[in-house]
Design a protein around this ligand. Sequence first.
Ligand code: MN
Length: 216
Amino acid sequence: KSMDYLFSPPDVVSVPVVGQQARFPIHRIYCVGRNYEEHAKEMGFTGREPPFFFCKPGDAQSVVAVPADQIVDIPYPSLTQNFHHEIELVVAIGQGGVNIPEASALNHVFGYAVGLDMTRRDLQFKMREQGRPWEIGKAFDHSAPVGVLHRRAETGDVSLAHITLTVNGEVRQQSQLTHLIWSVAETIANLSTLFALQPGDLVFTGTPEGVGPVVP
Ligand code: MN
């Protein structure tokens, strides 16, 4: 028997999976901050500080599912003059858990995608300077474009993969996953000491150096 609600609850937000009909339903979005030394440096740190976590909403206002080989527009957000791209490896959690050991952490991974941790950099910095939370810089509407998911069973080990972002054909960000300060396994192990991971969680694993502005 269906539940009676005051208004229609939101639809489930999901991303497509390469090679299968069923889509991956999104639960939460966790993000790793300063997980590449060279990016930490360009943000004004030494790169020796441990990474940390923040969140974006996993709802339809935040997530932009980008189908394969398609161009998807996102609106230029309000109240910023410095809207930045951050290209990131996105890890999709298929099996939840708490206190997950690093050695078995990859067994919890359903698959991988690329995503953009779009950032209102000016607002993020303003909040940072004031010791305030980052939501207005990081967790705004349309701030989490995510590409199609590739099942881990198909990709195998991605630890040697390269990650690149171009803007109108110009390479802006280029690195490789060997430069992650916390590997995917270490990230999952760390995150699962703080939150009970659930199937459907996405983890944006941090961006390499070369972040910069996009314009309308
Ligand atoms: Mn980021």
